[in-house]
Design a binder for this molecule. Sequence first.
Ligand SMILES: Cc1cc2nc3c(=O)[nH]c(=O)nc-3n(C[C@H](O)[C@H](O)[C@H](O)COP(=O)(O)O)c2cc1C
Length: 414
Amino acid sequence: MRVVLGVAGGIAAYKAASLCRLFTEGGHDVRVLPTAAALRFVGAPTWEALSGHPVATDVFTDVPSVQHVRVGKEAELVVVAPATADLLARMAAGMADDLLTTTLVTATCPVVVAPAMHTEMWQHPATQANVATLRSRGVHVIEPASGRLTGSDTGPGRLPDPEVIHAEALAQVGAAAAGSGELPWAGRRVVVSAGGTREALDPVRFLGNASSGRMGMAVARAARDLGAEVTVLQAAVEVPAPEGVRVVETPSAADLEAAVGREFHEAGADLLVMAAAVADYRPAQVATTKIKKQDDGAGLTLELERTPDVLAGAVRRRDAEAAQHPQERRQVVVGFAAETGDEHGSVLDHARAKLARKGVDLLVANEVGVGVVFGQEDTTVHLLTPDGPVRTVGPVSKDEAARAVCEAVTPLLG
Ligand SMILES: Cc1cc2nc3c(=O)[nH]c(=O)nc-3n(C[C@H](O)[C@H](O)[C@H](O)COP(=O)(O)O)c2cc1C
């Protein structure tokens, strides 16, 4: 396959050398198009030696071969990694002021872009608007990873690992080849719950949990990138929902149960992924005024009651409705289990029991503990289905784990 690898002038340009190798080792013919700024980070000899082709940045090199049009027209895949804020802006504006951008406006093949920049640049409304514009035109923009940036700062903006970019880029080519450019989940409606529910105690206090919402948001992002129409049922979260998904606020277990009824059952969505950490218990009485501290030093006893089992309830209703309308497409339910091993069994033992108890089509189990999983960037997940073998993925980023979850769901969608 003829691959164009665009490299823009960011500190992560050196990682594109590994990406180049992944493509050449896969037998692809790679043409590297660095911007002039990129060459200040990694020089032309590196790209020429790795790709086996000369590199040029401007449209006036090798004019007789009309490079500014030919390279784009001949490309079967264009990957830009890293894409700077500047390059995203030039792409969104349709500019064509160097060989990379003329190639981008002539290419008709899948275009995959991996932005990398400081968090402030990534979150700037101009950058976000440019990304939205590019996505609306069918460009596949890979969400940057979170973590250590150039200096000592951390946050979203890191270039994902070359292996991740390589896999996503090839997946885009596969999707394009599979069906007239249609993504594999195009036309699918997906509902994902994310975050931790909060159960009110009084007007200012609640019982909550440490879920950050990262895993749910990663699943929402992966489903969106596969072409699905995604609704996030959002409890308390520490991270924003990805661009391009619909958000419904569901602060408590009861709110979540009602939203699952509306958005999954009544709306006839294809897939429900319950990644939210839903409280098992809530205060039996919610005080209408703030509970006062007693001056006598006495403690406070709370009476808790069970919350609705939203996941099991969703499976029961799905099964009941499917029995009434057997001809309709089967709705898929995926559960998450945050487990700890204990004297009664390992994480997998508890996960198997939960899979059977809840009746879900796929259970994603991960080990939790102090500082493990909740709020962390990386995770290890075990994917369990009623009849297949357990598949373990990790430790990987939550985005990668989410892609593995979607991969496991695809054959279930029917
Ligand atoms: C040390 C250094 C690191 C930089 N890293 C980034 C970066 O990671 N992402 C980014 O968008 N811009 C970064 N810039 C700014 C770009 O180099 C600058 O916007 C340039 O105009 C980009 O040109 P290009 O998009 O044509 O490659 C960096 C600049 C310097 C000096």
